[in-house]
Design a protein around this ligand. Structure first.
Ligand code: ADP
Length: 260
């Protein structure tokens, strides 16, 4: 098989606007369409679990008496749906917090060695022994940025690697300096991979290669949208290399100006 590479050049929205003054109207229309689609998507994503929970509650209320076995049947399913809604609302709040906070807040030295340790612990927590998790700390350089946002972005890449890698697979977290002085954080997995035609749209909100698989693994469809927004604010690039049935590598590349 051939390695497929997608490189997303993330241009901050306000810069793009200044360059494209003459296309302001088109831009505005596009923003409105994106906004409408977003509201429709959120409503749809919330409606399904709400309908399921509502249906179960109705069934339970219609029963004369509810025994323990019946509860044991319904409660885990209701709990799963309520967790799904909670995850979605949390991701929506993260996305809106990132979009609404000022850009200049992003400038403190972030200890990548410590962050890598934390991410490894989190990966192990999510994996629960189902994967081999490896850490490659090839640099001790710090990053200039917002610790909380970077943690959230890198955490989403780690959580995806765990969720899209079958049991027994490996996940490698790496922090290294590239030949040209840029720094890269990457998460590589030996998971299901991504067919090439999906790569360009992967960071769109609610875009999923396989809806069922994303949901059953606890995905909200917003993880890579969060990643994209955080990276835009850090002038970083996202590179995705993936091969179906072999695995994926998500690399975040920072320019030398973002290094402390
Ligand atoms: P989700 O919550 O659905 O995982 P994301 O925005 O994080 O949403 O990712 C979008 C889609 O990209 C996923 O639904 C999945 O199809 C695909 N994807 C992301 N990371 C990986 C990965 N490491 N391996 C395979 N597919 C992935």
């Amino acid at each position: 098989g051939q390695e497929l590479v997608l490189s997303v050049q993330l241009v901050p929205f306000d810069i793009k606007r200044k360059l494209l003054l003459t296309r302001d109207i088109t831009q505005l229309e596009r923003v409105q369409t994106v906004h409408r689609d977003f509201v429709a998507n959120v409503s749809h994503e919330l409606r399904t679990p709400l309908t399921v929970v509502g249906g179960f509650l109705e069934t339970l209320s219609d029963m004369e008496q509810v025994d323990a076995a019946t509860l044991q049947h319904f409660l885990p399913m209701m709990l799963e749906q309520s967790r799904r809604m909670q995850g979605l609302v949390e991701d929506l709040l993260t996305l809106s917090r990132i979009e609404n906070s000022p850009l200049q807040a992003v400038q403190e030295p972030v200890d990548m060695e410590a962050l890598l340790d934390t991410l490894q612990v989190e990966a192990e927590g999510l994996s629960q022994g189902r994967h081999h998790i490896e850490l490659q700390r090839d640099s001790s350089r710090k990053l200039l940025g917002n610790q909380q946002e970077l943690h959230s972005a890198f955490g989403n890449l780690v959580s995806n690697a765990v969720r899209y890698t079958p049991e027994g697979g490996s996940i490698t977290l790496r922090w290294r300096e590239l030949d040209d002085g840029r720094m890269a954080f990457s998460v590589a997995d030996t998971g299901i991979g991504i067919p090439a035609e999906h790569l360009p749209r992967l960071t769109e909100r609610f875009y999923r290669v396989d809806r069922g698989r994303s949901r059953s693994s606890g995905g909200t469809g917003l993880g890579l949208a969060i990643v994209k927004h955080v990276l835009m604010r850090h002038h970083a690039r996202l590179e995705i290399r993936s091969e179906p049935d072999k695995g994926s590598e998500f690399s975040v590349v920072f320019s030398p100006e973002q290094v402390a």
